[in-house]
Design a protein around this ligand. Structure first.
Ligand code: SF4
Length: 188
């Protein structure tokens, strides 16, 4: 929002007044709620689902001019009833945090520097390493001569950012490789 000088002075004066009122013991809850309303004024409300774990809390996402401007718990959803844990409450920062890595970062063995890489490079590198390890370590039969077709030297770890469908595909791909050791963060 663009502010002219007059608006800026009014807003700054309001800010100072709010701090003073707060120190004097006034309840500023309604004022803060009004300020939050201004941010969402004219925004479209979309019901979404927190992707971080299988509780699947509902989130109300406010979208204004094609941008996400606010996220909060959905009070009408019976599971979370408006509440969100720390991960769900930090949802907005997923789209705005300037520290978020937007490209694969690679640190070569024994190096102390991170290099920015393309997705093609990163995916090829992962595929090469998985193939190399599988070729070297795939076990067709155990000590008793029984066929086991397993790969014990690769471990798959899921993330709470994955949807159920992504988890299912990853699980199938790992099993197809013979991977037996898997775990996942989102299993509340
Ligand atoms: S991570 Fe937290 S907010 Fe998100 S679905 Fe799980 S419990 Fe709910």
């Amino acid at each position: 929002m663009l502010l002219n000088r007059r608006d800026f002075l009014k807003a700054a004066g309001g800010g100072v007044a709010c701090v003073s009122l707060s120190r004097m013991g006034f309840d500023l809850g309604p004022v803060k709620a009004y300020a939050a309303d201004l941010k969402m004024d004219g925004a479209k409300e979309v019901i979404s689902v927190c992707p971080f774990c299988s509780v699947s809390c509902h989130i109300i996402a406010h979208v204004k001019d094609g941008k996400l401007v606010n996220t909060e718990g959905d009070p009408d959803y019976p599971i979370n009833q408006g509440a969100l844990c720390a991960k769900g409450a930090a949802m907005l920062s997923m789209t705005r945090n300037p520290h978020r890595a937007m490209k694969p970062m690679y640190r070569a063995p024994h190096s102390d520097k991170w290099e920015e890489k393309s997705w093609d490079w990163a995916l090829n590198r992962i595929a090469d390493l998985v193939k190399e390890s599988r070729d070297k370590n795939f076990v067709e039969k155990n000590d008793k001569g029984q066929r086991v077709n397993r790969l014990e030297k690769v471990f798959a770890l899921g993330t709470s950012h994955m949807s159920n469908e992504e988890c299912s595909l990853t699980h199938q791909a790992m099993r197809a490789l013979g991977v037996v050791h898997m775990d996942h963060q989102a299993r509340i």
